[in-house]
Ligand binder design. Structure first.
Ligand code: SAH
Length: 222
């Protein structure tokens, strides 16, 4: 790791180790997830002025009214994904944001396709992800609420912005046995993390508990 990636002080390996221990104390059990969280430099995904807070378990602003998700929720969603499918082939993420969740996924899945409606965020994420040498990620600037049919079907679809209801077209892009994980509900109101699995005869749905995400919004921002 070069100096910038390794970090110093509040962005050092010790800070990442502490975060991994905190996530474990909050109930994350999957050792692969803990290891990826322990070794992914989250400080590179936030503004330099906020880097010293990068290993606290909080969401942080990334501009344009958006946030990088709280580490616990990134770990929780990734753990839920692996619990159903320990070796996902292709994963679709809707809501690239900083690119941090995509980086975590890319180390555990064959390939990640990630969609972002705000061009400036997508560009910044692309730079960070390529500086980390993560080449199994494809980023697209688009409204992802209808998914990305070109690369479908997906073994997993992860939404990191909350729709009021899961769009039907996303469910149609799941492979048989594939899963969709999404926060569902109103902004500021109650949202629930749901997992929907595509079965031979339809879909099954589980609620995985309360969460808080920014809303899934329509349209693209240049
Ligand atoms: N996964 C991100 C979390 C970012 S917050 C991370 O690790 O940093 C959610 C992101 O979803 C925001 O960047 C927001 O612009 C984006 N978003 C909201 N609605 C969207 C849509 N319809 N299509 C694509 N991206 C969307």
């Amino acid at each position: 790791m070069n100096h910038e990636v390794a970090g110093i002080g509040m962005t050092s390996q010790r800070a990442r180790d502490r975060l991994a221990r905190r996530l474990e104390s909050l109930g994350i059990r999957d050792m692969r997830v803990l290891e990826v969280m322990r070794t992914t430099p989250r400080h590179l995904f936030v503004d330099e002025a906020l880097a010293h807070q990068a290993y606290e378990n909080t969401a942080l602003p990334i501009g344009f009214g958006q946030t990088i998700s709280q580490p616990w929720i990134v770990a929780r969603m990734t753990e839920a994904l692996l619990a159903h499918d320990p070796a996902p082939g292709t994963v679709l993420e809707v809501g690239t944001g900083s690119g941090y969740q995509a980086a975590v996924l890319a180390r555990l899945a064959g390939r990640v396709v990630s969609l972002e409606r705000i061009r400036a965020l997508q560009r910044r994420a692309r730079e960070v992800l390529s500086s980390l040498g993560l080449h199994n990620i494809s980023l697209r600037h688009t409204d992802g609420s209808q998914g990305w049919a070109e690369n479908a079907p997906y073994d997993a679809i992860l939404l990191t912005a909350a729709p009021r209801q899961v769009p039907e077209s996303l469910l149609q892009q799941l492979s048989p046995g594939g899963q969709l994980l999404a926060p569902v509900g109103e902004e500021g109101g109650s949202q629930c993390l749901v997992r929907i699995i595509r079965t031979a005869s339809g879909w099954t749905r589980d609620d995985l508990g309360p969460v808080s995400f920014v809303p899934l919004l329509p349209g693209e921002v240049q």
